[in-house]
Design a protein around this ligand. Structure first.
Ligand code: ADP
Ligand code: MG
Length: 243
């Protein structure tokens, strides 16, 4: 058994002739918080989508908690072990917040409804939504919807949580409430891979930071190394523009 929670080895991803990930590698030990930064179009979302097998890869391999992602028989299990939170709120609009959080455990995991309800209420309390359990997504602010989406992902008890710019569609005043739920989750030891353009958060939150551009990791290191002493010109140029 490998001691990494997530491994990407020399992954190549193409869309037609366009090579979007070029020999992309990443090793994440259990409990580590990894932040992925880079310009728009550099391949960050594609990395997350490949981990979840929402996109097939052309070469290399991806292993999540010892299970190879390409193994079709393991795919259902694999998806259960990976929680994903997207940029746009991905709640079911016709279900209440509570039903949104309960549905995975009940439908996919066949957990008894009474138990799933308790689990969901606990998670919604943890993300500060105890008062909103019976509301519908459209009755919530964007920040509340994202916190509900995090609770919904957590309900499947994943090994790894992937976040794809979870605050980029939010009004500025709602960003912190989502980042603070993520920070709480990090403190509890969750393994997390986060794509973000919130550089102050990336610096504070990330154990390990990767800067990628045009499908390759240009530079990686501790948050301190990347933000205070970037070695590559491309990293320096990017940080000067966004930070
Ligand atoms: P980022 O998240 O860093 O902005 P993406 O991973 O979304 O970048 O995209 C990386 C590159 O892959 C971009 O050039 C994008 O146009 C291309 N791409 C992403 N998804 C598709 C797709 N489904 N079909 C074709 N090209 C795609
Ligand atoms: Mg993206």
């Amino acid at each position: 058994m490998s001691h990494y929670m997530l491994e990407m080895h020399q992954v190549t991803k193409r869309f037609g002739d366009h090579e979007v990930l070029k020999q992309f590698s990443l090793l994440v030990p259990p409990g580590e918080k990894v932040v992925l930064i880079g310009p728009s179009g550099s391949g960050k979302s594609t990395v997350l989508r490949c981990i979840n097998h929402l996109e097939p890869i052309q070469d290399g391999n991806i292993i999540v908690n010892g299970h190879e992602v390409r193994d079709k028989r393991a795919l259902r299990q694999l998806r259960q072990n990976i929680g994903m939170v997207f940029q746009r709120f991905n709640l079911f609009p016709h279900k209440t917040v509570l039903e949104n959080v309960m549905s995975g455990p009940v439908i996919v995991k066949k957990i008894p409804v009474v138990e799933a309800r308790q689990l969901a209420l606990g998670l919604l309390d943890r993300v500060g939504l105890a008062e909103k359990v019976n509301s519908y997504p459209k009755e919530l602010s964007g920040g509340q919807q994202q916190r509900a989406a995090i609770a919904r992902a957590l309900a499947m008890n994943p090994d790894v949580m992937l976040f794809d710019e979870p605050t980029s569609a939010l009004d500025p005043e709602l960003v912190d409430e989502v980042l603070s739920v993520m920070t709480d989750l990090a403190k509890e030891g969750m393994t997390m891979l986060v794509v973000t353009h919130e550089m102050a958060f990336a610096r504070e939150f990330g154990d390990h930071v990767l800067f990628m551009d045009q499908g390759v990791v240009v530079e990686e290191g501790t948050a301190e190394q990347i933000f205070t002493a970037p070695q590559q010109q491309r990293t320096r140029d990017f940080l000067r523009r966004v930070y």
